[in-house]
Design a protein around this ligand. Structure first.
Ligand code: ZN
Length: 316
């Protein structure tokens, strides 16, 4: 049974200060990097937000692009998650560095101490980055053979295994397997309750129609499969443990629980989906570790920005 997901390249255990400093030690380096991620090396993707003109020049001393037509100046942070932030860009870059390269992400308290901001600021920054990852994770569907199961996370007291646990939050898990039966991509979602209806919604949102769902023998999955899927039931019981029938599901669930316990101790149900998104984001990009950071910057730049009010209002 696989006990851990092993990436082809080792992920650095702790993103080190030295490598960060070499790349982004000065704010100007962060601004230049962000400009390039957003608009290309020669500003070929630049569009003036004021007049729509597509040519501009870079003003290095101001760290802004000036439109050649109307002379409006635009900062690379405008309209992104970094927009209007009083937090200097290098602090955002450090937070992204930690989120991209730490196996388990970083907790707000630790980040606050590292970059000298208050807890609420660090928390908000991380939520915004995870929201960007969350939006990124909505852009594709799993397909082919997909294992589906559910688990429970959070809560302080040790939960009884299986369905019917009250205090913890149910989480739906889907894992796309390749031809060799190894995991490719995963999807997760916190559920209000682990019933057939919620699992059907989760499945139709994350798994392409016509795929084959592999599940345990719980009756609810038969109705999930009726939403347009083939269905392969792996019979549990007869002395076989669930962990042997859907080993990859249990591997990922184990890793997820270790992340939540190790880094966050507990997660409120309201923000659970963003924590899950950070886990999914790293898991689905574990083969492209070298590009993880740049891709996170792209996600941050492309995401619909949220305010602190958005983040704290209502359940996600
Ligand atoms: Zn313009």
């Amino acid at each position: 049974m696989p006990d851990e997901i092993r990436p082809r390249q080792p992920i650095p255990k702790n993103p080190d200060v030295a490598s960060f400093m070499r790349r982004f030690g000065e704010s100007a380096a962060c601004v230049a990097h962000l400009r390039e991620v957003r608009w290309g090396a020669n500003l070929e993707r630049f569009i003036c937000p004021d007049c729509g003109h597509d040519r501009g020049w870079w003003l290095p001393t101001r760290g802004q692009v000036e439109c050649r037509d109307c002379h409006h100046q635009t900062s690379p942070t405008a309209g992104t998650v970094f927009h209007g932030a009083r937090v200097p860009l290098w602090k955002w870059y450090w937070a992204m560095y930690q989120e991209a390269y730490s196996k388990k992400g970083i907790a707000a308290m630790a980040l606050a101490k590292q970059i000298h901001v208050c807890y609420q600021t660090a928390w908000t920054m991380l939520q915004k980055l995870r929201e960007a990852m969350h939006q990124r994770c909505q852009r594709y569907l799993l397909q082919g053979l997909v294992e589906i199961d559910e688990t429970y996370v959070g809560g302080k007291e040790p939960g009884r295994p299986g369905r019917g646990v009250e205090k913890k939050v149910p989480v739906a898990v889907a894992i796309e397997l390749n031809k060799d039966g190894r995991p490719r991509r995963i999807a997760l979602r916190g559920l209000k309750r682990a019933d057939a209806r919620s699992l059907t919604d989760f499945t139709t949102d994350h798994v392409a129609k016509g795929s084959c769902l592999r599940t345990d023998g719980w009756g609810g999955y038969a109705s999930v499969a009726k939403a347009g899927y083939e269905h392969e039931v792996v019979v549990t019981g007869g002395g076989k443990k669930a962990v042997e029938t859907l080993p990859w599901v249990h591997t990922f669930i184990g890793n997820l629980k270790r992340m939540i316990l190790g880094t966050y101790h507990s997660v409120s149900p309201k923000h659970l989906d963003r924590y899950l998104a950070a886990f999914v984001y790293r898991a689905n990009r574990r083969w492209m570790e070298a590009k993880l950071f740049d891709r996170l910057v792209v996600a941050a730049v492309s995401a619909k920005p949220l305010t602190f009010k958005d983040l704290t209002a209502g359940a996600k």
